[in-house]
Write a protein that binds this ligand. Structure first.
Ligand SMILES: *[C@@H]1O[C@H](CO)[C@@H](O)[C@H](O)[C@H]1NC(C)=O
Ligand SMILES: *[C@@H]1O[C@H](CO)[C@@H](O)[C@H](O)[C@H]1NC(C)=O
Ligand SMILES: *[C@@H]1O[C@H](CO)[C@@H](O)[C@H](O)[C@H]1NC(C)=O
Length: 228
């Protein structure tokens, strides 16, 4: 991890993501209602959580191609990617079929009001021919919280042309809850975007567009209040 790059989110990018986030509020509401943490509930708000540092590494997120933001209500952490694209077909190497990004961040929250990772929504452009599948897999480690690794995964199967939106929830058995007594956790997110084809006669993409891209990765947060 010696080549980790530190950077500041770009302001205009954050504004853009905020607008896109509004478009996705429907999905957010659905994901939040699926998972109820122990009562009494804490009213979520942005001031309950701050990202204090972000470091990225990987061929899916070269320097300057990623942004981070938190929704005004504090329930959605959004990552925007400009270069997270997988290719396939003649002329592309096996390495082009699978791109990877590691995001290591420090997140602060109020003691006694921990957050929990509930799931993820992925969104991006895809041009998938028949027999072609795009897959996004993310693993999450929250330290200190648990040594369990949680994950989310979605598949998009061709034929498909357009912007996909896909969600997955984190299994209850690998609960990603920040400790009651702490005020800061490290969150590491490892994401892989890949494209596979059952059809050798297909070449990659159309009009020089990548067949499968991840544009936005949203993490849905739940809030709880520790007893006492
Ligand atoms: C987050 O930052 C804001 C603005 O500096 C501050 O008001 C708030 O208390 C911080 N929240 C936490 C949980 O650190
Ligand atoms: C493979 O691609 C060809 C050419 O576009 C198409 O006709 C055929 O249906 C595809 N095969 C499969 C298994 O999707
Ligand atoms: C996605 O595809 C992989 C590999 O084929 C499979 O193991 C996984 O169950 C699929 N996931 C979903 C959510 O369909």
């Amino acid at each position: 991890m010696s080549h980790i790059q530190h950077h500041q989110p770009k302001h205009n990018r954050v504004m853009f993501l905020r607008n896109v986030g509004l478009l996705l509020l429907g999905q957010v509401a659905v994901a939040s209602s699926l998972s109820v943490t122990s009562p009494p509930r804490v009213l979520p708000r942005a001031s309950n959580i701050n990202i204090t540092s972000v470091a990225t590494q990987g061929n899916g997120c070269p320097l300057g191609s990623i942004s981070t933001s938190i929704s005004p209500d504090g329930t959605t952490l959004t990552f925007g990617f400009d270069e997270f694209k997988a290719y396939y077909g003649p002329g592309y190497t096996p390495a082009d079929k699978s791109k990877q990004c590691t995001i290591a961040m420090a997140v602060s929250y109020r003691s006694g009001q921990p957050f929990e990772l509930l799931g993820a929504t992925y969104r991006g452009p895809a041009q998938l021919g028949s027999g072609v599948t795009g897959t996004i897999y993310s693993s999450y480690v929250l330290t200190p919280a648990s040594d369990a690794v949680a994950s989310t995964q979605v598949n998009s199967t061709g034929p498909f042309m357009g912007v996909y939106t896909k969600s997955d929830t984190i299994a209850k058995s690998s609960r990603m809850l920040a400790p009651c007594q702490g005020t800061q956790v490290q969150l590491q997110i490892n994401t892989r975007v890949s494209v596979t084809s059952r059809n050798a006669s297909f070449s990659g993409g159309f009009d020089d567009e990548a067949p499968f891209s991840l544009g936005i990765h949203q993490l849905h947060l739940g809030w709880s209040q520790c007893g006492g």
